[in-house]
Design a protein around this ligand. Structure first.
Ligand code: GDP
Length: 444
């Protein structure tokens, strides 16, 4: 995850001031010196750093903060508010045309992740907003790009409009929009050509597409790993094309995060989405406040809950709850549940969204062993139906067979069975408690 260095440093700085009953101007000054260094080290644009530090200092030595009962905490609140503001304040929504289809033009340099993000965005529009998007392959200079988008379309089961590489991108865009109208698509996502560098030819072509397609949004895709280069690219594209928002990719990588903190101030255009991985569901709406909260170690429960809601099947969750209540939960259900948790994304990323998780010893460089989950799955899959339903019949011989079949050890099989038995015991106790409570009219 990005921002790790920045988060560590800011949190250490905040820790010093948090509990203070009295904060002097000198305290604020000392703190801001550290904040400034932390931001510069995270590769935030130096002008942006200067403005930020001035603003926070001014507010922090203001009467309201100094005279409050908890000045230390008030200073942190100011830092959080200004950090949120720096990233754009409110979350900005995706446009919807009055008359469909809404046209979104995707632009960006080669390798930034434009084609991948086009697929991810279409997937998100369909999954989260129930929309019917049409993908358009308009990068005719890189034949592989057309193929790439077609493959993504197949994988996502979404239609891709392409006319090969002999027709001009402008014509492709025109015909795609006509087709979208005919077939009642509500979103059209045009994957335009990328280049290694910004050049006049590229800009000329993008301007022509813009004129014909009159897009409701022009999203510029930039790679967070490139730091200040990403900010420069954004500024350049914005000057020439007037973009409506930025999608910052590869924020899952080891980036220092400077781009995320500078783009808005420098270009005055919001970051709308962030790419958090290579998979098609790894695109998140960008919420400045939640991101500020994450950076300051206050967690991001909202994103976590949303992830759970989109990746866990509601029907299944209900069914599971019923099984929990009646303690008829089997190893097969356990397997199912593991699969659902895995769908939410890498476990260590999820844990980091929990408030204070970074304060728990060992959590900061925690690597959840996903291999181990794989072993548990393999063990359960190596059992027969009967064994899964009645694990008590699994004797020593069966344990050896299961260990062999799953490529694990008898110890691992033993451990899993013991854990499962304890889990069931606990469920029974909980169910018992609920029933007793019900009789007394206590629990609902
Ligand atoms: P384009 O040339 O801009 O169309 O770039 P591509 O869509 O082909 O992406 C370039 C590479 O970046 C591919 O290997 C993608 O899988 C990868 N990529 C795109 N977005 C992300 C992201 O958010 N995180 C990570 N880790 N990789 C990404």
């Amino acid at each position: 995850m990005a921002f790790e260095g920045l988060a560590d440093r800011l949190q250490a700085t905040m820790q010093k001031i948090r509990g203070k009953g009295k904060v002097s101007e000198a305290d604020v000054k000392a703190m801001m010196r550290e904040v400034r260094l932390a931001l510069l080290e995270a590769d935030v644009n130096f002008k942006v750093v200067k403005q930020f530090v001035n603003k926070v200092s001014e507010r922090a030595v203001g009467q309201d903060v100094m005279k409050s009962l908890t000045p230390g905490q008030q200073v942190i609140k100011v830092v959080k508010e200004e950090l949120t503001e720096l990233m754009g304040g409110e979350q900005s929504q995706i446009a919807t045309a009055k008359r469909p289809p809404t046209v979104i033009m995707m632009a960006g340099l080669q390798g930034a992740g434009k084609t991948t993000t086009t697929g991810k965005l279409a997937n998100l529009l369909r999954k989260k907003y129930n929309k019917k998007p049409l993908l358009v392959a308009a990068d005719i200079y890189r034949p592989a790009a057309i193929k790439q988008l077609e493959t993504l379309g197949k994988q996502l089961d979404l239609p891709v409009f392409s006319m090969g590489d002999k027709v001009s991108p402008v014509e492709i865009a025109r015909q795609a929009i006509d087709k979208a109208k005919e077939e009642h698509h509500d979103y059209v996502l045009i994957d335009t050509a990328g280049r290694l560098h910004i050049d006049n030819e590229l800009m000329g072509e993008l301007k022509e597409i813009k004129e014909i397609a009159t897009p409701d949004e022009i999203f510029l895709v930039v790679d967070a790993m490139t730091g200040q280069d990403a900010v420069n690219v954004a500024q350049n594209f914005n000057d020439q094309l007037e973009i409506s928002g930025v999608i910052l990719t590869k924020l899952d990588g080891d980036t220092r995060g400077g781009a995320a903190l500078s783009i808005r101030s420098v270009t005055e255009k919001p970051i709308k989405f962030v790419g958090m991985g290579e998979k098609m569901d790894a695109l998140e709406a960008f919420h400045p406040e939640r991101m500020a909260s994450r950076i300051l170690g206050m967690g991001d429960m909202l994103t976590l809950i949303e992830k759970a809601q989109t990746s866990v099947d509601e029907e299944k969750a209900k069914e599971l709850e019923q099984k929990f209540r009646t303690a008829s939960f089997t190893l097969d259900d356990f397997l199912d549940q593991l699969g659902q948790v895995k769908n939410m994304g890498p476990l260590d990323e999820l844990l980091k969204m929990m408030p204070g998780a970074n304060k728990i010893k060992g959590m900061d460089n925690l690597q959840v062993d996903e291999k181990q989950i794989g072993h548990v799955e393999a063990i359960i899959r190596s059992m027969t139906m009967k064994e899964k339903e009645q694990p008590e019949i699994i004797n020593a011989g069966r344990r050896r067979r299961i260990a062999k079949g799953s490529g694990t050890s008898v110890q691992e099989v033993n451990r899993l069975l013991k854990q499962f038995e304890e889990m069931k015991k606990m469920m029974k106790q909980m169910t018992g408690m609920q029933q007793k409570g019900k009789k007394k009219g206590g629990f609902k």
